[in-house]
Design a protein around this ligand. Structure first.
Ligand code: GLU
Length: 300
């Protein structure tokens, strides 16, 4: 797989400490960008202002630095870019591409649970898509979310790691019913504004990508390319969580490991070095080959 110069980024949500899976994704995102001689940015996806605490942000930055990762310019904070998100939202509203949705989470869940119905796959059933003005008036007691009209658009894209991926997009929520821009809007607007050309992130977000491509297309953006890297899982195949033991860098350091050893384990777990080797960050950079990533995730 050829290395393509493309501005990259890592965009964690600072709602807890980074676990080893997040750190492996960060390492890979950094390697993709830096090995191609590209700029690399760090953005804190901190729209959840309650959970995103300053000490968590500081802890995440310290862990990334301890692994030898660097980034260009200042850290970007999503929460400080509200005006940009609002302007994008307004453009979509002005273009007539959105509609208010009064459904509660529960109503959507119940509708999508209808067995054998057209929504058995869990898609939005379109309840509010074509409300008459009097039906809309009846919902006025509730603050609506805003949805982008998707009309079951199919999106196919070629992921640099996962290959061809096809998804059907329903009507994506682009503003939540508390008025804040939704994640799928903010991520797309920020990546575009930051000039991101390649998004490297965990493959748990592969399914969210067609929706983000729809948002990008509706805003007239050239979308970035994507590389969804394998998510690190526990030995039981589940997402990493506390019950898997020491899963943060801090916990590993407390057990007497050094940051370089943790980095080497992360690299070995995805085939970038042999188990037991201790490559420096520069050695990892020099030997980085994205085609060696197509391996099942293993726990370091
Ligand atoms: N902030 C998101 C997360 O931590 C990732 C966003 C992205 O990489 O596009 O799950």
């Amino acid at each position: 797989m050829a290395l393509v110069m493309a501005i990259g980024r890592f965009a964690p949500s600072p709602t807890g400490p980074l676990h080893l899976g997040n750190l492996r994704t960060a390492l890979l995102a950094w390697l993709f960008a830096r090995s191609a001689g590209s700029a690399f940015f760090l953005r804190m996806d901190d729209l959840d202002s309650v959970a995103s605490r300053p000490e968590l942000i500081a802890g995440q930055l310290a862990d990334l630095e301890a692994l030898g990762l660097d980034w260009d310019g200042e850290v970007v904070f999503q929460s400080r870019r509200h005006a940009l998100h609002e302007a994008a939202l307004q453009r979509l509203v002005d273009a007539g591409l959105t509609y208010p949705c009064y459904c509660t989470r529960r109503e959507i869940r119940e509708a999508t649970l209808a067995p054998h119905g057209p929504n058995a796959e869990g898609r939005y059933p379109g309840t509010c898509r074509d409300l008459t003005s009097s039906e809309r008036a009846r919902g006025e007691g509730r603050t609506p979310a805003l949805r982008l009209r998707g009309e079951s658009t199919r999106f196919v894209f070629i992921d640099r790691v996962c290959g061809r991926f096809e998804g059907v997009v329903d009507d994506v929520v682009i503003a939540r019913n508390d008025g804040t821009p939704a994640y799928n809007l903010a991520v797309v607007v920020d990546d575009h504004d930051m000039g991101i050309e390649e998004v490297v992130r965990g493959d748990d977000l592969l399914h969210a990508t067609p929706a983000q491509l729809l948002v990008a297309r509706s805003l007239g953006y050239k979308p970035p390319s994507y590389a969804h890297v394998p998510l690190l899982r526990g030995p039981d195949g589940e997402r990493l969580s506390k019950r898997h033991g020491a899963i943060t860098l801090g916990e590993r350091l407390t057990l007497g490991q050094r940051a370089g050893e943790v980095r080497a384990e992360l690299a070995a777990s995805v085939g970038l070095c042999a188990p037991g080797e201790q490559p420096s960050i520069n050695e990892l950079l020099a030997s980085f080959d994205p085609s060696r990533l197509n391996k099942p995730s293993k726990r370091p």
